[in-house]
Design a protein around this ligand. Structure first.
Ligand code: GLY
Length: 354
C-alpha cells in the first residue's frame, strides 16, 4: 500500500493507494454519523458494499449518473438530505464514484455547516488519477463547466484498483486522457508512457502509473493549492477540451481532454513552442487511445474557450502547452488567432481523412 500526504495551508490530506485499500481503510474511517453520495451506476455495481459498509453508519444518497447531475438542484437535494439525516459538524461525507460524484459531494461537504469531513473514494480511472485529489469541488452553471465551486481538501482519499475491474473501455480511455496529460507535464511519466506505449491499457501498467500521476499532482497542489500559478499546468489540453466539450457534447470529459491535447499540440508546434518530434511522440500516444476528429467551422466552439478560468484578459485565450519533456508553458493567444489555429488543425485532420 502506498501513501501520499498533501499538506496545504488549508488542510492535510492522506491518500492511500493500492489493492485492498478500500477494505483496509474504509471501515476505520466510518466512525460517527456518515453520509455517502454515489451515483446510480456505481450503486448498481457495488450495492453489496453500500449495504454492508456505508448503510450501517449512515445514509447512502444516490444521484443519477452523468455530468448532467452536476447542477444546483442535485446539490440542493444532497444538502437537504444531509440536514434531514441530522449530520453534525463531526460527521463525515463519503464521495464514492467518479468525477461528478466527487465534485458535487465535495462541494456539499464544503458548504454544509461551513465544512464537514470529506473522504473521496474514486471509482473511475479518471477520478483516481485526477479529480479526487487536490480539493477542487464544483457544479456547472448555464452550461459552463465547474464555474461554481470551492477548494476543499478531502481528509482522506482511498484509491483502490478494485473498482477498475468493472470499468467500461470508454472510461479507461477517459482516464488515459488525464494520464497522457501527466505525461506531457512530467518527464518520468512521459518516459514510462513511451516505454509502455503498446501496453497502455494493461491493469498492472495502469496501477503503477496511477500512483505516479497522483504523486505528481500532490506535489503541484502542495505548492499551489489555489491555482495562483503553477497548478494551472494541470489544465494542459483542457482549454480546447472544455470548449469542445461545451459545444459538441456527446463525448465525455476525458475523451475531450485527449482531443484538446491534440489540437493544442498542433498549436504549440505552429507557434514554435514545441519541437515537432516531441509533439509527434505525444500525438502517437493520443492516437493509441482515440481517433481525433475534424470539425467543420470551429468558430462557435472556440468562443467557448472565452469561459476558461485561466484567461486573464478579454478577447485572449490562455492555454498550457508542452514545450519539451517535463516543461509545460503557458501560451496566450488572441481569440482570433486561437480560432484560426484550431480551424487549421481541424482542416488538416480533414485532409488526412478524419
Ligand atoms: N484537474 C485539475 C486540477 O485539479 O487542478
Amino acid at each position: 500500500m502506498k501513501k501520499i500526504e498533501i499538506d496545504t495551508p488549508s488542510a492535510e490530506s492522506l491518500i492511500v493507494c493500492g489493492d485492498g485499500a478500500f477494505e483496509k481503510y474504509i471501515p476505520e474511517l466510518c466512525t460517527g454519523l456518515t453520509f455517502t453520495v454515489t451515483d446510480s451506476n456505481v450503486y448498481k455495481l457495488y450495492r453489496g458494499i453500500f449495504d454492508g459498509v456505508f448503510s450501517s453508519c449512515g445514509q447512502v444518497y444516490v444521484i443519477p449518473a452523468g455530468e448532467r447531475s452536476k447542477n444546483y438542484s442535485v446539490l440542493l437535494g444532497i444538502l437537504k438530505a444531509m440536514l434531514a439525516a441530522g449530520l453534525k459538524r463531526n460527521s463525515t461525507v463519503f464521495a464514492v464514484g467518479g468525477g461528478v460524484v466527487g465534485d458535487i459531494a465535495g462541494l456539499a461537504a464544503s458548504l454544509y455547516m461551513r465544512g464537514v469531513d470529506l473522504v473521496q473514494v474514486p471509482t473511475t480511472l479518471l477520478s483516481q488519477v485526477d479529480s479526487s485529489v487536490g480539493g477542487k469541488t464544483a457544479i456547472d452553471l448555464n452550461g459552463v463547466k465547474n464555474i461554481v465551486g470551492t477548494f476543499y481538501q478531502p481528509g482522506n482519499v482511498v484509491v483502490d484498483p478494485l473498482f477498475l475491474k468493472t470499468l467500461p473501455a470508454r472510461e479507461v480511455r477517459c482516464g488515459l486522457g488525464e494520464i497522457i496529460k501527466y505525461g506531457a507535464l512530467g518527464k518520468d511519466i512521459y518516459v514510462k508512457l513511451i516505454e509502455n506505449k503498446n501496453n497502455l491499457k494493461s491493469p498492472s501498467f495502469l496501477r503503477d502509473i496511477t500512483y505516479d500521476c497522483i504523486a505528481f499532482k500532490a506535489d503541484v497542489v502542495r505548492r499551489d493549492e489555489r491555482e495562483g500559478g503553477l497548478r494551472k499546468i494541470l489544465n494542459l489540453g483542457h482549454t480546447t477540451g472544455h470548449a469542445f466539450e461545451l459545444f459538441y457534447k456527446r463525448k465525455s470529459h476525458g475523451e475531450f481532454v485527449l482531443i484538446g491535447m491534440y489540437y493544442e499540440l498542433y498549436i504549440a508546434v505552429k507557434c514554435g513552442i514545441c519541437a515537432p518530434e516531441y509533439a509527434k511522440s505525444l500525438i502517437e500516444l493520443i492516437k493509441k487511445v482515440i481517433t481525433v476528429p475534424a470539425y467543420g467551422d470551429v468558430r462557435e466552439a472556440c468562443r467557448m474557450a472565452m469561459y476558461d478560468k485561466k484567461n486573464v484578459r478579454p478577447r485572449e485565450v490562455s492555454l498550457v502547452v508542452p514545450s519539451s519533456p517535463g516543461k509545460p508553458q503557458e501560451l496566450r493567444l488572441s481569440a482570433e488567432r486561437y480560432a484560426e489555429l484550431v480551424q487549421s488543425c481541424s482542416d488538416e485532420l480533414k485532409k488526412e481523412g478524419a
